[in-house]
Design a binder for this molecule. Structure first.
Ligand code: GLA
Ligand code: ZN
Length: 652
């Protein structure tokens, strides 16, 4: 199994390279990511190349048995390129050119930039194609920023609009251009969204466009690399819950997804777990973590130094959710440049006395011993949550953005499910759903015809579907539907919604069918019952008489609708009731302990992780073999702060 580091040898004297490589080898590091932002060192002048230094450092690593992932250096174009083609610099939304001096300073539709990118990638690919030490490629670094608003992007956008809408009548109709006199009479009049208060349909199309042109640029790189070295893998470092690209589309042509995981705080553990699951869901496949946090970071502020054990805990959380390899960012803290206060496995002093080095060495010795046992096993989930980029983007429209946000609405359900030790898959609205016991769709504004049929079929055949508020309110152009809510699927839910309210701090009480009282938050759909039964009702002023959450039998299945935001205890109870057959009965653990399983053939690996800096206790109702310590465990078990157990069980 691979355990790696992100290494920037160009930041250090040559004499240091072998010391670094020795330290890496001792810690069990067997893969190193190189050359990520090194364009000015690889091509110091236009069409003049220098790969000698890279060959040299790779040789040093090779002697210690380390494999290499090479990056295309396109996230940081050098100054000679910018001087020759100043238009490569992106034009920001405020009309200012992004100046040279940071990174990601390129317009993603710029043809000159395509030319220079293709050229350096071809050179790298030719030079390393037959080198077996190079096992794979990382394309660029963290696609997504910034969006460019230059004239080349505007032309590309107009072209994109023409392909999508075919006629100006369609465009005017779909965007609702009758509003505020926005009708266009020629394609070249269509603008870029640089003013505030522009139209949500226009906004959604621009987001789709930006995502598509990024995917095009990424696919250009993949094509060159695949052609040169078909047997080497190609990946990109995605950013978890980053919302600005359609990651399903971006992931399509990569061999697997990898991603950059910076959890920062223990409290972010559900957020991090969800991000892992989103990453696994992009290709329905195990993934890599290409940058894993090893301690403090440069953010708006300098984040906290990790306590001993925290980096190891987060590393095992990666494996638990389907990581096949973890690579730490970065090998050594840099003494210059923008990220001086970003920790490495080694600190600035370069000694092997850092907390992270000791911990990496511990992980190294464990993972090379036990990793092969669960390598290749899969996270199998009985529950899925719909995660969809058109829906994320439709939620961004100007008026509604401050009200609620997509990941937070997902997390209400996600936390409740994860706390029960149940795995969750992340799916698209049109994915095959029949293998899931339950499917959950928070904030699903847009329900396409395909999604409508898919969900209907799923419930008819026995599935349990749970929708959050504001379901089906918009069409594919991000315009409000003109039918009674929840739109196309109101028969499925057996309800109608004629009135809703944005709660913004209002006190609205909700009572569930067991008499528990909650305070609603965020948003309230005031549900009128048709065939459905209420599971919670509003209990305050003019909301009284309306249901707040409902269930309806439809075909062989059931459809739930949760019409408002509620405290976590509501979701915990709902999930406990609805998913009770799926709850792992043989292990009892408190909320701070995460339980996630991977399986293969008839083997199950149960990862138990104490996300607390205090000891915790669990109860194992059966005997298990624990892989890390190689012991048999049963009954009451005390977990140390941040402790991890991997229990193996034969049979399901
Ligand atoms: C990102 C980048 C890295 C580095 C780290 C620092 O994820 O990919 O190059 O800037 O953050 O936290
Ligand atoms: Zn541009």
């Amino acid at each position: 199994m691979y355990l790696g580091v992100d290494y920037y040898p160009e930041h250090w004297e040559k004499e240091r390279w072998s010391v670094d490589a020795d330290f890496m080898q001792k810690a069990g590091i067997n893969v190193v990511r190189l050359a990520e932002f090194a364009w000015s060192k690889l091509e110091p002048e236009d069409d003049v190349y220098d790969f000698d230094w890279l060959d040299e450092v790779m040789d040093i690593l090779n002697k210690r048995g380390a494999k290499v992932i090479l990056c295309t250096p396109t996230a940081a174009p050098p100054i000679w390129l910018i001087e020759k083609h100043p238009d490569v610099l992106p034009l920001l939304r405020n009309g200012q050119r992004k100046a040279f001096g940071a990174r990601r300073h390129y317009c993603i539709t710029n043809r000159d930039y395509y030319y220079y990118s293709e050229r350096i990638i071809k050179k790298l690919a030719e030079h390393y194609r037959d080198n077996p030490q190079v096992i794979g490629w990382q394309v660029d670094n963290e696609f997504g920023n910034p969006k460019c608003y230059c004239s080349s992007c505007r032309k590309e956008f107009q072209h994109w609009l023409k392909l999508r809408h075919k006629t100006l009548e369609n465009l005017n109709q779909s965007w609702g251009n009758a509003f505020w006199s926005h009708d266009y009479t020629s394609w070249d009049q269509t603008p870029l969204p640089i003013v505030d208060h522009h139209n949500p349909a226009f906004d959604l199309d621009f987001r789709r466009f930006f995502s598509d042109v990024t995917v095009n640029y990424s696919n250009m790189q993949i094509k060159i690399l695949k052609k040169a070295s078909p047997e080497k893998f190609i990946t990109h470092n995605f950013m978890g819950l980053f919302p600005d690209l359609n990651y399903y589309h971006l992931a399509e042509k990569y061999d697997f997804v990898s991603w950059d995981n910076y959890p920062q705080k223990l409290e972010n553990r559900f957020h991090t777990a969800l991000a892992h699951d989103v990453m696994r869901g992009l290709k329905k496949k195990n993934f890599w973590v290409m940058e894993e946090q090893c301690s403090y970071l440069t953010r708006e502020d300098i984040t906290a130094t990790l306590s001993p054990g925290q980096m190891r805990l987060w590393t095992y959380q990666c494996y638990a959710h389907g990581a096949e390899a973890v690579v730490y960012f970065r090998w050594r803290a840099c003494s210059f440049g923008m990220e001086q206060f970003c920790s490495g496995i080694l600190q600035h002093d370069g000694t092997n006395k850092s907390i992270s080095y000791k911990e990496a060495a511990q992980i190294g010795s464990e993972i090379h011993r036990i990793g092969p046992q669960f390598e290749g096993s899969r996270v199998v989930s009985p529950v899925a949550i719909i995660y969809d980029y058109d829906n994320i983007w439709a939620n961004y429209s100007y008026q509604e953005r401050p009200m609620y946000n997509y990941p937070d609405e997902i997390l209400r359900f996600y936390k409740a499910i994860r706390k029960k030790g149940i795995n969750v898959d992340i799916v698209k609205p049109t994915d095959e759903l029949s293998k899931y016991k339950a499917v959950i769709a928070p904030l699903m504004y847009i329900v396409t015809d395909e999604a409508e049929n898919n969900i209907k079929r799923y419930v008819e055949e026995g599935g349990i579907f749970i929708a959050g508020f504001r379901f089906g309110i918009k069409d594919i152009h991000s315009n409000m539907v003109k039918s009674v809510l929840p739109g196309k699927l109101k028969k499925l839910f057996g309800i109608s919604i004629y009135t809703w309210d944005n709660l913004r701090g209002k006190k609205v009480e909700v009572k569930d069918d067991e008499g528990n009282i909650y305070q609603a938050d965020t948003f309230a759909d005031l549900i009128t019952l048709k065939e459905a039964k209420p599971i919670a009702k509003y209990n305050s002023s003019w909301y009284t008489g309306h249901a707040a959450a409902t269930v309806n039998t439809f075909g062989k299945g059931r459809a739930y609708y949760v019409g408002c935001g509620l405290p976590q205890s509501f979701y915990d109870r709902l999930i406990e009731k609805v998913l009770s057959p799926l709850i792992l009965k043989s292990i009892k653990a408190p909320d701070e302990v995460e339980i996630t399983t991977r399986e293969e053939d008839n083997k199950r690996f149960i990862f138990i992780m104490n996300f607390s800096d205090k000891p915790s206790r669990i109860f194992l109702g059966e005997e298990y073999t624990e892989l890390i310590k190689g012991k048999r465990l049963e009954g009451k078990i005390k977990l140390d702060p941040f402790e991890v157990l991997i229990l193996e069980r034969i049979g399901k």
